[in-house]
Design a protein around this ligand. Sequence first.
Ligand code: HPA
Length: 268
Amino acid sequence: MYEQIKATAAWLDVQTADFRPETGIILGTGLGGFADHIDTKFSIEYKDIPGFPVSTVEGHKGRLIFGMIGDRRVVAMQGRFHFYEGYTMAQVTFPVRVLKLLGVEQLFVSNAAGGVNPSFKIGDLMVITDHINLMPNPLIGRNLDQMGTRFPDMHHCYDPRLIQQAMKIAAAEHVKLQQGVYAAGTGPTYETQAEYRYLRAIGADATGMSTVPEVIVARHMGVPVFGVSVITNVGLSDDPGDHEDVQRQGKLAGERMSNLFVKMIKNL
Ligand code: HPA
């Protein structure tokens, strides 16, 4: 597996003339619009990358975008691989390992999530301060010693310095930012009412079907992580909400998240 990761990274180095991105960004469902903020130098579809799994979900573009945000070199994953699609955990996390070999020094992750904290509203942004993993652990199996230790520590999984920076930027811009714990399940079902109550009881503020596998693998490699959830629904509410309003709120929240990411990356 390590050989495949190295081969894919070497192939990408050649394709991008040794671009060597400093920051990796994973764009969640509905958040692909962030790509408009990147001065694109190279755009490579997953299906053309040797060793990459191929994205199956409609609406996920499935490509790596190499480019500039200000004077920072970034690589964005537009579309990710979900466990519920049938990919193995090794496939779900393969791109993150490749990004590390490309030179990425920090990873920004994003997702659409259900609100579990009863004070959350549709369209809120939640900075992820910690997570609860309810999915199979992506590090199960033989340890890739070249990438990290057998028993990685998960304290400060989400970089405290980056969280602090986000809160500072949000305060200066008068942008409301929630903070909280993201619980990841396999999906593809949304939670029952009893499950939303259970998630609240165990300490979750939001829940979704992604992100945690990639974060665990990034932390295994010692890469600092910053994460944001866009709250697209509130689990403990009986009111499913007006569909058009939900879509509009999601779009506006996505734009606020993009602006936050851009400011943080320029500030790194
Ligand atoms: N549960 C799980 N995943 C989700 C949700 C949810 O309520 N909303 C968006 N992704």
